[in-house]
Design a protein around this ligand. Structure first.
Ligand code: HXC
Length: 256
């Protein structure tokens, strides 16, 4: 059985599921490679317009595989391919919704933070416990978490290694929405279906602008947004969306 499963239920949605229950979905080389392969495939699959990234009903992912790296050297960590896997996720251009149940720790929390929307169950717990095993986050925990929740909340999570609840995560801006544990996947899927039915060029542009703009001075980011906004008027979906509004009918979007 593969450590990462892809399902294509149709309607432009793909589901990527981490499947390593015996180790709480710890991100070993096979899981990382599986994720990279899945997202590389989905990037070029024109049928796919939104992705749901899920773990199991009990755990999203408990972090990098501690047993696999306990005795590693810096050179081995450099050469283990992890950087490539994270790059594929980081550069994935389509919207990703993380469906988080249970533990989302260390690299698991960092994985969730690679998503664009995070739906969490009431019982989900987020944390960056790396400090407890003598390391620091290595896939964006010190950076993405701080950008998401601010310095003082991030420092507390990073320096103590203590996990926080889904409600706490929601209050500080780490989570988009908290729902009952049993409703997480369905809610994520429903949102994915909504997004996949909307103009896909616009969806990809929004993602690109939000992510790239965060690293730019405001004026440069606003200018980039303006250029992209004008470009939208060269899409078939813009003409269709606006004409449908004026003609009081439902639009038929084609992703062109
Ligand atoms: C390897 C792991 C693991 C991990 C759990 N397991 N997390 N194996 N790496 N990160 C394994 C356990 O060893 C155990 O296997 C099985 O999964 C079940 O775990 P338990 O500990 O028995 O479960 P439980 O008591 O319910 O506790 C759940 C838990 C705990 C709180 C999530 O497992 C835990 O604290 N895990 C480590 C979390 C962590 O420190 N993550 C950060 C890793 S560093 P066996 O065979 O013994 O039964 C990191 C760096 C990222 O992520 C850098 C960039 C990628």
């Amino acid at each position: 059985m593969s450590e990462v499963l892809i399902e294509l239920p149709g309607s432009g949605v793909a589901i990527v599921r981490i499947n390593r229950p015996e180790a709480h979905n710890a991100l070993n080389a096979a899981v990382r490679a599986g994720l990279a392969k899945a997202f590389a495939e989905l990037e070029t699959n024109e049928e796919v317009r939104c992705v749901v990234l899920a773990g199991s009903e009990k755990v999203f992912a408990a972090g990098a595989d501690i047993k696999a790296m306990a005795e590693a050297s810096p050179a081995e960590m450099t050469n283990n391919g992890a950087d490539h896997s994270w790059r594929v996720l980081r550069e994935f251009s389509k919207p990703v919704i993380a469906a988080v149940n249970g533990w989302s720790l260390g690299g698991g929390c960092e994985l969730a933070m690679h998503a664009d929307i995070i739906i969490a169950g009431e019982g989900a717990r987020f944390g960056q416990p790396e400090i407890k095993v003598g390391i620091i986050p290595g896939a964006g925990g010190t950076q993405r978490l701080t950008r998401a929740v601010g310095k003082f909340k991030a420092m507390k999570i990073l320096l103590t290694g203590e996990a926080i609840s889904a409600r706490e995560a929601e209050a500080m801006g780490l989570v988009s929405e908290v729902v009952a544990d049993e409703a997480v996947f369905e809610r994520a899927l429903a949102l994915a279906n909504v997004i996949a039915a909307l103009p896909s060029i616009a969806a990809r542009k929004i993602k690109e602008l939000v992510l790239a703009g965060a690293d730019l001075p405001l004026n440069a980011a606003l200018s980039m947004e303006r250029q992209a906004f004008w470009l939208m008027f060269d899409t078939v979906d813009q003409k269709e969306g606006m004409r449908a509004f004026i003609e009081k009918r439902s639009p038929v979007f084609t992703g062109k």
